[in-house]
Design a protein around this ligand. Structure first.
Ligand code: GDP
Length: 296
């Protein structure tokens, strides 16, 4: 699971800090140097680390902390709060449509986990929010993609709308019409992925966005790709505008750099995390719980 190394290093630092009793400003600064290194080793981006450490140091070297009865505890509490803030503070949910089906565009690079996590998200929405989702096969370039969506949809017993290889924008529109006619209150559009961000892909996604006015555009990125995931998030946000991120394969990511950098770098929250290959392995992302787990 993510953050093993980071967790271990931060815990060692804080254990030393707790062992000291009273703390000087220098003790805190020394601890922050270790925190800085631990975050960099976790593949958190340089700029994010710098700002984070400077925030924490400013708060943790004040007299209110150093003169308190439990200074080490106060420092740890500040790190916990700042880690939570770094990942977005509040839980970010999908904004639901007031009228008609909620339309969610799932976008991302090939292999990030878009198709499986679209289906997983549909399952989660039905389980936790009582939704009646429809999956729509809008990736018409990879013939196996439609089949794959039908397989995962079938496993979860979620209906899949497809029109074969036609125009993806038209398919999206038809899927929404179909949802309206069949009582589906949510449509998840599985869009095409590419190996790299390219203008052709973005143009198609922009056309779809303009045509269907999605309530939510979720970018799926692979946590194991670290800063590449962060770069993909920036690129998609600049070109298309995204509302949030689904961070997949957290189970295979030992470092955690993407989870800790995406919000600070792009301003867009992680809304869901994929935690395994099984189709129920998706969770709402809770920044506070994640921070506590890192410091756990
Ligand atoms: P797409 O090309 O973006 O649609 O990616 P897929 O949905 O086909 O997923 C690519 C691979 O990642 C598949 O083998 C999935 O089973 C796997 N995968 C997706 N999400 C997770 C996850 O959270 N954890 C793990 N370990 N594997 C995942």
């Amino acid at each position: 699971m993510a953050f093993e190394g980071l967790s271990e290093k931060l815990n060692a630092t804080f254990k030393r800090l707790r062992g000291k009793g009273r703390l000087t400003e220098n003790d805190v600064k020394e601890a922050m140097r270790e925190v800085r290194l631990a975050l960099l080793e976790a593949d958190v981006s340089f700029k994010v680390v710098k700002e984070f450490v400077s925030h924490v140091t400013e708060r943790a070297t004040g007299a209110d902390v150093l003169d308190s009865l439990t200074p080490a505890q106060q420092v740890i509490k500040i790190v916990n709060e700042e880690l939570t803030a770094l990942m977005g503070s509040t839980n970010s949910r999908i904004s639901m449509a007031n009228n008609g089906p909620t339309v969610v565009m799932m976008v991302g690079l090939q292999g990030a986990g878009k198709t499986t996590n679209g289906a997983k998200l549909a399952g989660l929405m039905r389980r936790q929010f009582g939704k009646r989702p429809l999956l729509a096969a809008c990736d018409v370039y990879r013939p196996a993609a439609i089949e794959q969506l039908k397989v995962v949809g079938g496993q979860l017993d979620i209906p899949v709308f497809e029109l074969g290889q036609g125009d993806p924008v038209h398919i999206a529109e038809e899927a929404i019409r179909h949802a309206r006619d069949h009582g589906n209150d949510m449509v998840l559009l599985d869009t095409a992925g590419r190996l790299h961000v390219d203008t052709e892909l973005m143009d198609e996604l922009k056309r779809m966005k303009a045509a269907v006015h999605p309530n939510e555009i979720l970018l799926v990125v692979d946590a194991m790709t670290g800063q590449d995931a962060v770069n993909a998030a920036s690129a998609f946000d600049e070109a298309l505008g995204i509302d949030g991120v689904v961070l997949t394969k957290l189970d295979g990511d030992a470092r955690g750099g993407a989870a800790l950098s995406i919000r600070a770098t792009t301003g867009k929250p992680i809304k869901f995390v994929g935690t395994g290959e099984k189709l129920d392995m998706i969770e709402l992302f809770h920044p506070d719980r994640m921070a506590s787990r890192i410091l756990g």
